[in-house]
Design a protein around this ligand. Structure first.
Ligand code: NAD
Ligand code: TDX
Length: 345
């Protein structure tokens, strides 16, 4: 099987590409990525010489290039992760989110429709499409869409287009909507890696509003495992919710990080907590996300395997052991890797 994985140089894509390349030596994996600020080929150094791995620098918003690549490769499947993924950036520049997340997805759908032996278009989406919950309740696959940020509106729109291609053109699609991921290789603009990096540099830890917003945290390797399972065993035309069963207020998450880091860095109790700074709330800040993943559990026997306590320890250890990675992505140096490693080949 030939699989194009879009966004494979990003945070979740890195884990998915590595899993597929190592676990399925008979598949050819094509990592298609534009290498925006969020894409980093250094993440994939350990698999770049595997014979079943190929990297293609391409932008999903470039319709002609996508069409010609699909004709040349003739993939049997697409796992689509490429996106603009940060809510704060979507508030600053919504247009880019429409261009990448909506138009980019349509170009991939159109290119897939033209193929002969095409088996699955698997679209990776988010719980944010369902909107914001109050103190109680959960998102199920039947919860009506109610996106409230430009990011979630663009993801909701792309989900609708993917489903419409199933009904209209019988394109074999699958969708999953996952809660907040955390773990190694996450770009330090998202809450957890941002706070780890700021703790290491003894900089303020910005908490939006009162820090009472709740997210359902999932360790990224558990998400990748769910993607593998849904890709192989999920039903065509279906949607699956993926969640961590691990709801936390933002302030709790940041306090946990401080507590663990005090110990690891030999600081007295309460030391890094002093960096916590309450700042202006995010515009349209969704209060709570929580996922009901009963369908995935009962149909495909998936549950998260890593608890938040375990996952956050592993994540902090990874960032501590990979301080060069953090320095490289915060300085922008990583963007030279493609030129050095690929262009000269
Ligand atoms: P990320 O921002 O870390 O990575 C995105 C990747 O897409 C980067 O490698 C980037 O270079 C690439 N990309 C961006 N624009 C592109 C374009 N025009 N053409 C080709 N490649 C392009 O994102 P992530 O956190 O790994 O998220 C991956 C997917 O999972 C996204 O679709 C996101 O909506 C979804 N998702 C993320 C989370 C989360 O918590 N991070 C949760 C649920 C769903
Ligand atoms: O500096 C910060 N301070 C703060 O209080 C940042 C960056 C975030 N926050 C809050 C906002 C959210 O309530 O922390 C929470 C988590 O924020 P992010 O890490 O930006 O994630 P979120 O907005 O919840 O969206 C994430 O989960 C769903 C991903 O970025 C999306 O791609 C995914 O779809």
């Amino acid at each position: 099987m030939k699989i194009i994985i879009t966004g494979g140089a990003g945070f979740i894509g890195t884990h998915v590409v590595k899993l597929f390349v190592k676990k399925y030596p008979n598949y050819s994996i094509y990592n298609l990525d534009a290498l925006t600020y969020a894409g980093n080929l250094e993440n994939l150094k350990d698999i770049e010489t595997y014979p079943n791995y190929h990297f293609i620098k391409a932008d999903i918003t470039d319709e002609q290039h996508i069409n010609s690549l699909f004709q040349e490769i003739q993939p049997n499947a697409v796992i689509h992760l490429a996106a603009e993924s940060h809510v704060d950036r979507s508030i600053m520049n919504p247009n880019q989110f429409v261009i990448t997340n909506v138009l980019g997805t349509i170009h991939l759908l159109n290119a897939s429709r033209k193929l002969n032996d095409f088996q699955v278009f698997y679209h990776i989406s988010t719980d944010e499409v369902y909107g914001s919950l109050g103190e109680t309740g959960y998102f199920t696959e039947k919860t009506p869409y109610d996106p409230r940020s430009p990011y979630s509106a663009s993801k909701a729109s792309s989900d609708h287009f993917v489903r419409s291609y199933y009904h209209t053109y019988h394109l074999p699609i699958k969708i999953s909507n996952c809660s907040n991921n955390y773990g190694p290789y996450q770009f330090p603009e998202k809450l957890i890696p941002l706070c780890i990096n700021n703790i290491l540099n003894e900089k303020p830890l910005p908490i939006y509003g009162k820090g009472e917003n709740v997210r359902d945290w999932l360790f990224v390797e558990d998400h990748s495992r769910a993607i593998d399972l849904i890709f192989h065993k999920g039903k065509i035309g279906e949607t699956y919710n993926i969640g961590g069963n691990s709801e936390k207020k933002n302030i709790e998450v940041v306090q946990t990080l401080c507590k663990i880091m005090n110990k690891k860095m030999n600081k007295p109790e309460g030391y890094y907590e002093k960096l916590i700074t309450f700042v202006k709330d995010r515009a349209g800040h969704d209060l709570r996300y929580a996922i009901d993943f009963t369908k995935l559990k009962t149909e495909l026997n998936w549950t998260p395997s890593v608890s938040f306590e375990e996952g956050i320890e592993k994540t902090i250890d990874w960032y501590l052991n990979n301080s060069d990675w953090l320095k490289s992505v915060t300085s922008g140096n990583y963007q030279k890797y493609y030129e050095e490693q690929y262009i000269k080949r």
